[in-house]
Ligand binder design. Structure first.
Ligand code: ASP
Length: 337
């Protein structure tokens, strides 16, 4: 019998109506009672770790969750984490970096409506997460709407629909259809290496989405606030303004002062190439790191993680440029069907 640990952190799946609005209030035992039929044939252990809306899940919770998983990973064949959908992609990505080489499957799931709701997507998502957790395939994943997404590639793209998550610019790790759980072998690692817990995250980071008219002064303000890393969501395939308001020069100055600056695209799909346009090329000469098709969630959490592990800007830039877990790289086709 596969041993599966269910950890609840809260979120809509675990929510019920309160005087202050929908809030997490269900315990993991209440949740498991609702999906009793699904867990037959598995040896289930339950744990309530947090009872939080995921808007309140922050690097402190990521660190605790990573430590919990690291310490008990040999006691289970897989772990399911119930989590709010709003920041699930950040947590999935943060755990992926903190638990590199994890030897078992760790699968985050949640739902758009509470498990108490008769039309909930919660049961289906728990089923997908449970079967992925029992698959023996190591890694951190998000299970949602009958699809399994690599932890560093997930993004919440819809606020209401059941297909709230997509695998951005990367094939799905698995899907569930009439054949059961169908794994994409080109995506999923065969075995973990050896997990080393690296769960320090720095919050001295800033995520900047460009808009026409943005003041270059924002970069020095960040440096004055002791921000050590800035991730810029630039325009299109790779462009930043350099007339009237010269962002390139402002970026050069803070990079020279030791700030790590990374640049990617505001577009969700197909990634950046800052060499294409004059408006992009200049910034590459300033010592910035290009993130290509990394999601913003992955870029920010990777930067927080890298800053949590290392001090030297040059080392952090090197880490940011390295494809550690498939968080950046070419799109591959795989029929999701
Ligand atoms: N606000 C909720 C949360 O992220 C939304 C959800 O779980 O769907 O905790």
């Amino acid at each position: 019998m596969k041993r599966i640990l269910f950890i609840s952190t809260g979120g809509t799946l675990a929510s019920s109506h309160s005087a202050h609005g929908l809030a997490p209030g269900l315990r993991i035992s209440d949740i498991l009672k609702k999906i009793e039929g699904l867990t037959e044939g598995f040896e289930i252990t339950e744990e309530d770790l947090f009872m939080l809306d995921s808007s309140n899940i922050q690097p402190e919770e990521w660190a605790e969750l990573a430590k919990k998983i690291y310490r008990c990973r040999w006691d289970y064949d897989g772990i399911v984490i119930i989590h709010g959908t709003d920041t699930m992609a950040y947590t999935a990505s943060a755990l992926s970096f903190a638990l590199q080489g994890i030897e078992i499957p760790v699968v985050l799931t949640g739902s758009q409506v509470s498990i108490e709701n008769p039309i909930a997507d919660a049961t289906e998502n728990c089923r997908a997460a449970l079967h992925m957790a029992a698959s023996g395939l190591p890694g951190v994943y998000v299970a949602f709407n009958r699809k399994i997404i690599m932890g560093t590639r997930a993004s919440k793209v819809r606020t209401r629909s059941f297909d709230a998550f997509e695998s951005i610019d990367y094939p799905y790790a698995a899907k569930i259809n009439s054949n059961g759980l169908v794994i994409n072998p080109s995506v999923v690692p065969r075995s973990g290496s050896q997990c080393i817990l690296q769960n320090s995250f720095s919050t001295d980071v800033f995520l900047l989405k460009l808009f026409p008219g943005i003041s270059p002064a924002i970069f020095q303000q960040c440096a004055d606030m002791k921000i050590r890393g800035i991730y810029i969501e630039a325009f299109g395939i790779g462009g930043l303004p350099f007339i009237r308001r010269n962002l390139t020069e402002a970026i050069r100055e803070v990079v020279e002062q030791g700030t790590v600056v990374a640049v990617g695209s505001q577009c969700l799909y197909e990634g950046s190439d800052f060499t294409v346009y004059e408006a992009g090329r200049q910034v590459l000469d300033c010592g910035v790191v290009e993130t290509f098709n990394m999601t913003s969630e992955a870029a920010v959490t990777k930067m927080m993680w890298a800053l949590g592990q290392y001090d030297e800007p040059e080392t952090i830039r090197k880490v940011m440029k390295t494809n550690l877990l498939g968080e950046m790289g070419k799109t591959m086709d795989w029929d999701i069907g």
